[in-house]
Design a binder for this molecule. Structure first.
Ligand SMILES: [Zn+2]
Length: 355
């Protein structure tokens, strides 16, 4: 499932700063390039980075507003205990459209049934309705959190006609590239639909085992019809194994503003600034590298902390959970200008996903 070239490049990129020697993991390594492509996006569009900073300042304010009496609300967000994570999250229903390009995905096909199954399972991941969610490491039983969200295939298209929420196109590639012409041409209004593009060669570079990529909430992209998740049809639902199909959940996490838990590696100095460094969540211990699964380098980080190796935003061979801080960040992302219209009651009715 892995490609040695891309794997070695990724290993070189990600292990240099972490100071960990490259090691071939037993699971597929090249899950996604979200860290790189979002960093590139912010270099290209400073306004997008400013928007992200404003969004995260809002999250800090929300957490501070919820601080209990006695808590020091003036502390940096990095010191905010996970107990302050937002609670009582409302229900979110997100209308989704899948754009499927071609019929061959490393020998697999993508049908309505495959997509429906994949989406159902991703909903179970988010809602904590899997056996793994119940069975995660003891250290994270008190930290894990579900999000009451459901991604539903749209049943009304932008013209007001009935739809399955799945649109088939001739084979194409490159929907993982920022300015993909397929993405722009075929998108449905990004403020009304979450657009998911299914291809096999995500970057039009001849590599067919990149699993997926997604951008964080950003109105520049939504205005241009470029907001999206791009995903490899070979790794949708039953087209792959039970664990690896959760990479779709991982990409949806990015779409809702989550960063990789291994971002930035592990550094002692980052600990007190955990709300603004790494994945910007304090209840996800830093990871030395992405290569941290039991048997793949240990599960204790550079400071001796047990890591949440089963986190959906890690590269895990047993995906299981999000944390309280991650859910708070997703709720904040759902309230952002680029995402808030998706789940409004008015839009749920207009796209045919209302209860
Ligand atoms: Zn990712």
């Amino acid at each position: 499932m892995t490609n040695k070239l891309t794997l070695s490049i990724l290993a070189a990129l990600l292990t240099t700063s972490a100071g960990v020697s490259a090691k071939q993991p037993e699971f597929a390594a090249d899950h996604c390039k979200a860290g790189e492509i979002n960093a590139q996006h912010y270099r290209n569009f400073p306004a997008a980075e400013a928007e992200a900073k404003a969004r995260h300042a809002k999250l800090f304010e929300r957490k501070r507003a919820m601080a209990k009496p006695g808590d020091d609300a003036s502390v940096a967000i990095g010191d905010t205990p996970s107990a302050l994570a937002l609670s009582a999250t409302p229900s979110y229903v997100i209308p989704v459209v899948f754009h499927v390009y071609g019929t061959q995905f490393n020998g697999k096909t993508v049908t309505d049934a495959v997509i429906i199954d994949a989406l159902n399972k991703t909903n179970e991941d988010f809602q904590g309705r899997t056996a793994d969610f119940a069975d995660i490491d003891a250290e994270f039983q008190g930290v894990k959190q579900a999000l009451n969200i459901e991604f539903r295939l749209a049943s009304i298209d932008p013209q007001g006609n009935p739809t399955s929420g799945i649109v088939y196109h001739p084979a194409s590639s490159g929907a993982g590239n920022y300015s993909s012409s397929d993405v722009k041409r075929d998108h449905w209004d990004n403020y009304k639909y979450m657009n998911v593009y299914i291809q096999n060669d995500l970057y039009a570079d001849g590599v067919t085992n990149n699993s997926g990529v997604a951008w964080y909430p950003d109105t520049t992209m939504s205005d241009e019809g470029l907001a999206r998740v791009t995903y490899n049809g070979a790794y949708l639902g039953s087209n792959t194994d039970e664990n690896f199909r959760s990479v779709l959940t991982h990409e949806f996490g990015h779409f809702l503003d989550l960063i990789h838990t291994f971002e930035g590696g592990c550094k002692r100095g980052m600990e007190r600034r955990c709300g603004t460094t790494g994945d910007e969540n304090c209840d996800t211990p830093q990871q030395n590298s992405w290569q941290m699964n039991p048997g793949d380098g240990g599960i204790v980080n550079c400071m001796g902390q047990t890591i949440n190796w089963q986190n959906f935003m890690a590269y895990s061979d047993q995906y299981a959970n999000f944390t309280q801080d991650q859910v708070a960040r997703m709720v904040n992302g759902l309230d952002s200008q680029a995402r808030v219209t998706l789940w409004s009651a008015q839009n749920q009715a207009a796209t045919g996903v209302a209860n």
